[in-house]
Design a protein around this ligand. Sequence first.
Ligand code: ATP
Ligand code: MG
Ligand code: MG
Length: 549
Amino acid sequence: KEVKSLNFLEEIVENDLRENKNGGRVLTRFPPEPNGYLHLGHAKSICLNFGLAQKYGGQTNLRFDDTNPITEDTEYVDSIKADVRWLGFDWAAELYASDYFAQLYEFAKKLIQLGLAYVDDSTAEAIASQKGTPTEPGQESPFRHRSIEENLDLFERMKAGEFPDGSRVLRAKIDMASPNMHFRDPVIYRIKHAHHHRTGNEWCIYPMYDFAHGQSDSIENITHSICTLEFIPHRPLYDWFIEKLDIFPSHQYEFARLNLTYTVMSKRKLKQLVEEGHVAGWDDPRMPTLSGARRRGYTPEAIRDFCERIGVAKRDNLIDVGLLEFCVREQLNKTATRVMVVLDPDPIKVVITNYPEGQTEELSIENNPENPEEGNRAVTFSREILVEREDFMENPPKKFFRLAPGNRVRLKGAYIIECNEVVKDAEGKVTELHCTYVPESKSGSDTSGLKVQGTIHWVNAADAVPVEVRLYDRLFQVEDLAEAEGDFKDHLNPNSLQVVQAFAEPSLRDASGKAYQFLRKGYFNLDTDSTEDRLIFNRTVGLKDSWAK
Ligand code: ATP
Ligand code: MG
Ligand code: MG
């Protein structure tokens, strides 16, 4: 068995365990803001946080970082819980930063009492200009030297709802000359007379991210608080609040966020795609959301495998979406039921002239050569079948091993046929092929002694089921959207969805949520838009990396 080296987070945890830091306890958290649906980047964070805890006998909290009442909603809370479960993880506790509002308010008062926070009446613009630039010190606010009593009084009145939105904020009093801009008296509370999805109208002041996040970690006794690299400059502030408040010292560690080629990974941008109708919803199969991936037929196992393979980096990078597709294909190859679907709205009818009219036989075809336990299914065969137009050529090049005048092919799971006659309509379009079959060439009991080079898929004309198939291409046309010019939506691929009418073997009438391999065509699953009399399939992924060409 291959010995994997530890990633840097595993090294940190192992080191902490060796030193018996936190009494050997490992408690991580996954802290989504419920302002959108989870995407594959979140999957990376979930696998990391839950994976680390699992590996070291610890636990993981699911904490909703719901400190911004304007953008958050219960719909998102529910979808996030469903997605984390779907990925295969279970949290120790379901928690909400909003449950800590009273405690956070007390922390803020404590800072005021320590002389480390003040109420500032400056406008947002004035505060921004006071901050200065990274190379020059900022300027102190004229309200910076208010007395502790006045600050306490004003802060309590902010909470009591006496002041309008934006009229005052609470700022930490740190260092307006600090080279770290986050230390230049960051705003820690703002007034927002807004309804919160959980606390209703109880609060009209809300803590800022930096004041809520670390303290929430500390309240929960989180040992390892893992976040993405953009929070490195916030870490000194994270530590500063914990130190000044003298509370449990959680520690923040940063890793590189997941970026994937040909897509965006930001809830804000994904939300725009949904709201402006560029996609059918958060769960559109082209979306990099977990709900989109699920609907498309990606499996949790494949996504976990992908997250494992990309590892944990300390530098931002761009991962080829082809690797994710590879993981999906690897997994579906083991589990997908093989079926035949003629993926062509205009198939060619093949008449097998020496097959008795009115006769139908049931062939037994294996469901999955990778897993004999899945057994066989019955597929009907008769005198008239349908094949894909591209599997026939009237004047084929040398190595064309499919149907052509005088050529022999094997019909998958059935017989060898030979093409004898091409029937055309008045315009010269091929309407039928007249073929003969070799009765002793039946798959599984072939005594014909004939060798043929090609095998093609087919469906029985009499009972083929018309279905709709949705074929997906990249949502965006450019590989690296971070480097692309203009608005990200300028780079949407206008041909990311192709809808094709197709003809399926009758077994697909009973299609369920499982994965199918349409022979020679890729992996598919039943789409949630399907109805009893209209079956719709998504192509999850092709059989091989067709984009690599
Ligand atoms: P977005 O910009 O998409 O809204 P976010 O970081 O604001 O992302 P949160 O809901 O705050 O979204 O994220 C929850 C957790 O998931 C955070 O710890 C965050 O660092 C992590 N996360 C978000 N995006 C990625 C990503 N692309 N790769 C890895 N982790 C991510
Ligand atoms: Mg966030
Ligand atoms: Mg965000």
